[in-house]
Design a protein. Structure first.
Lengths: 714, 153
């Protein structure tokens, strides 16, 4: 079979599974007994193995197979998770990552067999298998081949999975009604062939076939999960019908790629009845107990002591799966759209907005007709909606970038021999795709910085009365038209004296300059190229290629980065990014006959200020606005507008703009109004030395208006 | 040198003849995207002095350069004949050049193109050849040199 067409999907899904593995391994390291985690890992490893096998990547398949075996044994309670094992598994993960990269580059997994890792995994398996041998013969045999073990134990007790379906009140009611009406109620578990690619479609066909014969009361997993392919290779259901069981089975088996089906008439006494009183309290423990008992009783298999454990974990995993399905899906359901297509869509919307703007300007210039205005309003709502939805398609949660950081911090912790913890919030914060793709590196730099330079050594931390474990925080949240990402640590903070000394040493500043520099200016030195205060150049950071890259990268995305620090207490790095890059809400103003746009995001208020209210502080014009002294910037001067007869007006229009907690007042001649504008670049030929102009936009009348970057003025 | 090489490869090259002051210049037609009438130009503050500003060409914001200012001549006087030539070099973004007048299209072959005369009135770095069209001489503009930003602040 030609599978190359699935390569893209394969790579994406592999990515997701690897991420799941990494996340869950992190959890497992801290909670070695967490069954949900173990099951999650097992499933991810299993899916990876299956996918790699289908695609013909043998080495990848072998490695995941061994990982899966280890987890299968962990799941069966035969191996205990320990630090060594997690380390090996992380190595295996890195190896898989390598395969993935090779595949994405040249569609080939490479030739690295990663034998040491496989051997280690085998050692874990064999060591424990030997220990388990005295307990039970079958167990030892089973652990020899993990797959077999899983299959065997399933055969022994888990085949009739439908017996595990928990019935709720409405379903019980339907069943008892059906029995009253002399209909028969069956339970079925349908197994799909493992080679099947479109499981959900097959399941759908089974459902359709069944619905012709009777009524499906309940299924496990839920129909929604089945549609989303959130199940392994089997599903169970309760079915009400008048037809004999053979006929129903026949109907199910008539769907192709169905392996086999098990089922029987339901005995209401044996069926599981959900405890309605306890519904809210998520009775995980209780149902587990119940489930443990029933399969043991139901199965007449000889391996009595052995059977309940795997069966219960198996069914338990199903239960937790279903629970998750109801709440937040374990893996993000993503729409993968070619970014180029999105760009085209974006351009179309841009043009639509330009068209709308020209209509608007037409309407304001002519005597208005009501019907015409209606049309404009309609067009306006359409374009706004279209813009919003296209924007949303482009928005992705920063999760995809930040969720690799816990692993990085774990490795750093080992490498630097410092204890540290990373706390993340706001991973769901969304940003434009192009921004998300670019912020990974800067964030990584900042985190490494915090880990390496920020956090003190253990001795120093104890001396200062801090807890042994260094704390690093990564918080993301939306703030108006911006997204703010903060990297915070409770470490040493920035030693401004050391920075000063370093600056003098390097000749960046003179000793005299150093005397008069404010703390902010000194910290700014850190952002200069090749400026590192680390005394020892380490593998982690300190090669002086960090912060200047961070600043330039964030700058290129239209954002900025700042830092607050207190020596001995820690530092906070704040990255501020625009939510979107292409279309913004702007205030149009007139300065000396020229039109300019100012992003609404940076505007705080618009004030009417009398000329005589202007005061002077250090020869600069300021106004005192509600007890805040705000510097005044006359845009006419700044923009070198050729002053046409500047008739003195008694009142000025002042736009108060903010950047962080700083304010400034921009004096303009006239306000035009608020408008949605499409940002266009000025191109690389024009070099605006003052950086005042961040771009241009095309107005309704076809004229070009420039976009003022208020951040530069403050 | 580019134009010379092209001239060797293909026997003939077509040039658009423009006028700046009294002198005639030729621009390789293959680089020309569009020729538009003078339109309102949006000034951009704090840029290189020879940039007149930006204009809207079919929804694109295109920077416009004054060839007169770039060559150190008197500032443009916008009249009925003034045109903006939109040129596009390979994969670069388009750029507009303001010229006094667009005259005609000429076809020059290799033999009628001479190397640059040292004593040219105009800064020789902007020209990479002199074409002879009958009695008139046409200075062939080296667009790469015109557009590049190396000698101006």
């Amino acid at each position: 079979m030609d599978v190359s067409q699935y390569l893209g999907i394969f790579l994406d899904e592999t990515n997701e599974h690897l991420q799941t593995l990494s996340d869950q391994l992190m959890i497992l390291e801290n909670e070695p007994e967490n069954e949900d985690t173990i099951n999650e890992i097992f499933r991810a490893a299993h899916s990876l193995k299956g996918m790699a096998g289908t695609m013909g990547y043998k080495r990848m398949q072998n490695l995941t197979h061994d990982m899966e075996n280890v987890f299968s044994e962990v799941r069966n309670g035969k191996i205990k998770v320990d630090g060594h094992m997690v380390d090996i598994l992380f190595q295996a993960l890195d190896a898989l990552e390598e395969y993935r990269e090779n595949i994405s580059e040249n569609q080939d997994e490479g030739t690295n067999d990663n034998e040491p890792i496989i051997n280690e995994l085998q050692a874990i398996l064999n060591g424990e298998a030997a220990a388990a041998a005295p307990k039970k013969e079958e167990a030892a045999e089973a652990s020899g081949s993990g797959d077999g073990a899983a299959a065997q134990s399933e055969d022994a007790s888990g085949e009739n999975k439908w017996q595990d379906i928990v019935l709720h009140e409405p379903e019980q009611h339907v069943i008892s009604e059906a029995i009253k009406n002399n209909s028969k109620v069956y339970g079925f578990t349908v197994y799909i062939q493992e080679s099947c690619i479109l499981k959900a479609a097959r399941a759908f066909l089974v459902f359709k076939a069944l619905e012709e014969l009777g009524e499906i009361i309940v299924s496990e997993p839920s129909t929604q999960d089945i549609e989303d392919e959130k199940f392994d290779f089997d599903f169970s259901l309760y079915f009400v019908t008048d037809a004999p069981i053979e006929k129903v089975k026949e109907a199910i088996l008539s769907v192709s790629e169905i392996d086999h089906v098990t089922g029987d008439v339901i005995d209401m006494d044996k069926a599981k009845i959900a405890d309605e009183d306890d519904e809210d309290a998520a009775p995980a423990a209780e149902t587990t107990e119940e489930k443990q008992e029933v399969p043991a009783a139901a199965s007449a298999a000889p391996a009595k002591t052995n059977a309940p454990a795997p069966a219960s974990t198996g069914s338990d995993s199903k239960g937790s799966d279903a629970k998750k399905g109801g709440g937040k899906p374990a893996v993000n359901r993503t729409v993968r759209v070619d970014i180029e297509k999105l760009d085209v869509l974006m351009n179309l919307v841009s043009e639509l907005i330009i068209a709308k703007n020209s209509l608007v300007s037409f309407a304001t210039s002519e005597t208005s007709h009501s019907g015409f205005n209606e049309q404009i309003e309609y067009l306006e709502s359409v374009t706004t909606n279209l813009h919003e939805s296209v924007m949303k398609v482009r928005m992705v949660p920063i999760e995809s970038v930040v969720n690799k950081f816990p692993r990085m911090i774990r490795d750093l912790s080992k490498k630097l021999d410092k204890q540290m913890e990373l706390h993340m919030t706001g991973e769901e914060t969304e940003l434009d795709r192009t921004v998300v793709d670019e912020i990974g590196d800067p964030l990584m730099h900042l985190l490494r910085n915090s880990a390496d330079h920020g956090l003190e050594s253990l001795e120093l931390r104890r001396e200062r009365g801090k807890s042994d474990v260094g704390q690093i925080y990564l918080d993301a949240y939306q703030d108006g038209n911006n997204v703010v990402i903060e990297v915070r640590d409770d470490g040493n903070g920035i030693d401004t004296e050391a920075v000063k000394k370093k600056g003098i040493e390097r000749g960046t500043i003179t000793p005299e300059q150093a005397e008069t520099m404010s703390e902010k200016d000194i910290i700014d030195l850190l952002f200069l190229p090749s400026f590192s205060t680390a005394k020892v150049v380490s593998d982690v950071s300190g090669r002086g290629v960090g912060l200047d890259v961070v600043r330039s990268k964030i700058g290129a995305l239209g954002g900025d980065v700042s830092v607050k620090t207190k020596l001995g207490e820690g530092s906070t790095w704040t990255i501020r990014l625009p939510l979107t890059l292409a279309i913004i809400q702007a205030l149009m103003v007139v300065v000396g006959g020229e039109k300019y746009a100012i992003s609404l995001g940076s505007i705080q208020t618009i004030e009417d200020v009398a000329e005589e209210d202007i005061k002077y502080v250090e020869a600069r014009e300021v106004i005192n606005l509600r007890d805040t002294v705000i510097p005044i910037i006359r845009l006419r001067d700044i923009l070198h507008v050729e002053a046409e007869t500047d008739e003195k007006k008694s009142n000025m229009v002042v736009i108060i703009v903010k950047k962080g907690d700083q304010l400034a007042g921009l004096v303009v001649d006239e306000l035009i109004g608020q408008q949605e504008i499409v940002i266009k670049s000025l191109g690389k030929y024009i070099n605006c030395s003052s950086r005042l102009i961040s771009g241009a936009t095309i107005l309704g009348d076809g004229e070009v208006a420039l976009i003022l970057d208020a951040n530069v003025l403050i | 040198m580019d134009a010379l090489n092209i001239a060797r490869e293909y026997d003939t090259v077509q040039y658009i003849v423009i006028k700046i002051g009294e002198e005639q210049y030729g621009i390789d037609i293959s680089y020309i995207d569009n020729i538009v009438r003078m339109q309102s130009i949006t000034r951009v503050p704090d840029v290189q002095p020879y940039f007149a500003g930006v204009i809207n060409i079919r929804g694109e914001v295109v920077p416009v350069m004054s060839l007169r200012l770039k060559m150190g001549l008197e500032p443009d006087e916008y009249v009925n004949k003034t045109r903006i030539i939109i040129v596009k070099l390979e994969n670069n973004a388009p750029i507009g050049l303001i010229v006094d007048e667009v005259k005609e299209v000429v076809t020059l072959d290799e033999t009628s193109i001479d190397e640059v005369i040292r004593d040219s009135k105009v800064d020789e770095t902007y020209i990479n050849g002199i074409g002879k069209n009958g009695d008139t001489l046409i200075s062939l503009l080296d667009l790469n040199a015109v557009i590049s930003d190396k000698d101006n602040s």
